[in-house]
Design a binder for this molecule. Sequence first.
Ligand SMILES: [Zn+2]
Ligand SMILES: [Zn+2]
Length: 182
Amino acid sequence: MSKINESSDITNITCPYCEGSLAVSVYCESIPCCHCSRHINVKEILSPAKKVKSIPVGTKEVFCFKCGKEIYADKNAQAVSCVYCYNRNDLSDYKVKSILGKNLQTHGTLYLKKKGTIDISSVLVGNAVIEGKINGDLTAMGTVEILKHGEVYGKITCRKLIVKKGGIFEGSVRMLNIDADD
Ligand SMILES: [Zn+2]
Ligand SMILES: [Zn+2]
């Protein structure tokens, strides 16, 4: 039996330099052109870099807590369901004095009031403004601000950390890189 081993992993691309056509593996990232010998960035041809996206007016962009994909939500909405995994993403702000027995997950802002306490294993929020005390890990996709009287003991993950005069932070911090493309 002489069957030609056809593979869908092979695709044809056009050399951007000499416009010659060549077959490459879809897993190939770069290859010298077999016609002009110039180096072709195959990966870029097969999956072009993301275009600069424009967010529709009146919406904001969040990353689904469950699947991590980008979804758009109405600016005034309190929650949005992910179009990919149907996970309900909380968008509301929390002004709290304490959180007991549950993990908090919102794209909104957490305000921990003065003299408030959070003892929790995981807090994942859009932004956080802390005037009370947190024992535990805090992750914010945006800014964490520890105001006067605010205390955080644990690990903070955020894009921007501001500790105001009178604020206390003891623990480690990991900065999220805004420009990180994964
Ligand atoms: Zn070429
Ligand atoms: Zn999702």
